[in-house]
Design a protein around this ligand. Structure first.
Ligand code: 11C
Length: 361
C-alpha cells in the first residue's frame, strides 16, 4: 500500500524537518501535500527533489489523504485534525492539543508502541523534553522500578520556534556589537514580559500554571511522563518533578535527571548497561577520556545520548544522568515520522468506526 500524506505546518522549524525525515523514512509515499497558513501559502518547498507548492490548510485539503503529520500549533491541530479524521485520515500530532485526552495515545515508539493499536484517528507526539527523558528512563523503570524522578532541563531556543531562534541570533549579534537588545518573543510569546536570552538563562518555558509555581513545560514533563510510562493499570505511581530552563543555544536540549530505583540490588554498571542496550539511546560515558553528550554533537541525529551516569552517594538506590537529544528530531519530527512508520508497518493507517473527533464533537 502507498500513502497520500499531508504535512500540516510544513514551513516551520519542525515542519521542514518532517519533510526531510519523511523523505528518509520507510513509508511508501504516493503523494505529498504541504499545508500551512495563508501567510505561507504559495511558497515552494521540495520533496524528494520535486518542487511542491505550499497550500493554505482548509478542511477540504484533507480529502483523499491517508496520513497527516501535524506541527502547526495546538489551535491549528484542534481546528483541522478532527476534520482530517472525519475524511478518513490518521493524524500524528506534534502539538500538545490532544496529548492528555484519554482517547488519544501518547507515543514514543521505543517505549509504548503497543498503545498505537488503540488509536481512534489521532495519535499525539509528546513534548520534546519529555521524550528524551522517558526514552532513557523507561528501560530503567521496566528493569528496576522507579520511585522518584527530579529533572532539570537546559533547553535550546529552537523549542520556542523559528522566530525565537532568529531573536537569539539577532540579540547575540547586538550584544557582541555593544548594542541594546529589544526582546519581543522569549521567554514565551504567550506572556506579557520579554527578556534577553542571549548570554542569559531564563527559568520560564511556556506560561505559568494557575498555582503560580510551575510552568506549563514543567507540568507537561510531569504529566506526560506518567501517561506514557504508567500505562499498566497496576503500575505504582512515580513521583516526578521538573525545573525547565531555557539556555542560549540553538538546537538540542540537555537534561540532568536524578532518579531513585525501587530495586535496592541494582548497581551503577547495570544501570549503564540498561541504557547502552536501550533502543534509540546511545551511551557516551567515559569520564577518563572526557566523553559525554553535548548538544552541538547531537544536532541532526535521531538518537538520544546519555552520559555522566553515576550513583548518588548520599541516597541509596539513587542515580544521576545527563541526557541530550536534538529537540527538533527525536523531540519532534523524527518521533512523529517514527510513529507513522510503525503505523504503516503494523497496518494501522485506518480510522476505526468510533473515531475520536476532538472536544466539540
Ligand atoms: C520548548 N518543549 O522547548 C518546548 C517546545 O509541547 O510540543 C515543544 C512544545 C510542545 O519550548
Amino acid at each position: 500500500r502507498e500513502f497520500n500524506v499531508a504535512i500540516l505546518g510544513a514551513t516551520g522549524a519542525v515542519g521542514t524537518r518532517l519533510i526531510s525525515q519523511l523523505e528518509q523514512s520507510t513509508i511508501p509515499v504516493k503523494s505529498i501535500k504541504l499545508l500551512a497558513s495563508a501567510h505561507s501559502a504559495g511558497k515552494t518547498l521540495q520533496f524528494k527533489g520535486q518542487d511542491v507548492t505550499v497550500e493554505e490548510a482548509k478542511p477540504a485539503s484533507f480529502e483523499g489523504v491517508d496520513l497527516v503529520l501535524a506541527s502547526a500549533g495546538g489551535s491549528v491541530s484542534k481546528k483541522f485534525l478532527p476534520e482530517a479524521v472525519k475524511r478518513g485520515a490518521v493524524c500524528v500530532d506534534n502539538t500538545s492539543a490532544f496529548r492528555m485526552e484519554p482517547e488519544v495515545p501518547l507515543v514514543i515508539p521505543e517505549v509504548n508502541e503497543k498503545a498505537l493499536y488503540n488509536h481512534r484517528g489521532i495519535i499525539s507526539n509528546p513534548n520534546c523534553s519529555t521524550i528524551q527523558m522517558v526514552v532513557c528512563l523507561d528501560p530503567i523503570y521496566r528493569k528496576f522500578g522507579l520511585k522518584q524522578v527530579i529533572v532539570s532541563t537546559y533547553q535550546a531556543v529552537s523549542g520556542a520556534g523559528q522566530s525565537a531562534l532568529n531573536e537569539l541570533m539577532e540579540e547575540s549579534q547586538q550584544v557582541l556589537n555593544g548594542e541594546k537588545t529589544d526582546p519581543k518573543i522569549l521567554p514565551t510569546k504567550g506572556d506579557k514580559k520579554h527578556y534577553q536570552q542571549a548570554f542569559n538563562l531564563l527559568p520560564q518555558i511556556d506560561v505559568f500554571e494557575q498555582d503560580g509555581y510551575y510552568t506549563h513545560e514543567e507540568w507537561k514533563m510531569i504529566h506526560e511522563t506518567k501517561k506514557i510510562m504508567l500505562d499498566d493499570m497496576d503500575a505504582k505511581d512515580i513521583k516526578v518533578t521538573a525545573t525547565c530552563v531555557r539556555v542560549p543555544i540553538r538546537i538540542a536540549h540537555g537534561e540532568t535527571v536524578y532518579f531513585e530505583v525501587a530495586d535496592d540490588k541494582a548497581t551503577t554498571d547495570q544501570i549503564k548497561q540498561t541504557l547502552a542496550d536501550a533502543q534509540g539511546v546511545v551511551l557516551q560515558d567515559d569520564t577518563a577520556h572526557q566523553v559525554y553528550p553535548q548538544p552541538i554533537e547531537a544536532e541532526g541525529k535521531r538518537e538520544t545520548f546519555v552520559g555522566r551516569v553515576r550513583p548518588d552517594y548520599e541516597n541509596d538506590g539513587s542515580y544521576h544522568m545527563w541526557v541530550v537529544s536534538d529537540n527538533l528530531l527525536k523531540g519532534a519530527a523524527w518521533n512523529t515520522v517514527e510513529i507513522a512508520e510503525r503505523l504503516v508497518a503494523d497496518d494501522l493507517v485506518r480510522v476505526p468506526d468510533n473515531p475520536y473527533l476532538g472536544f466539540e464533537n
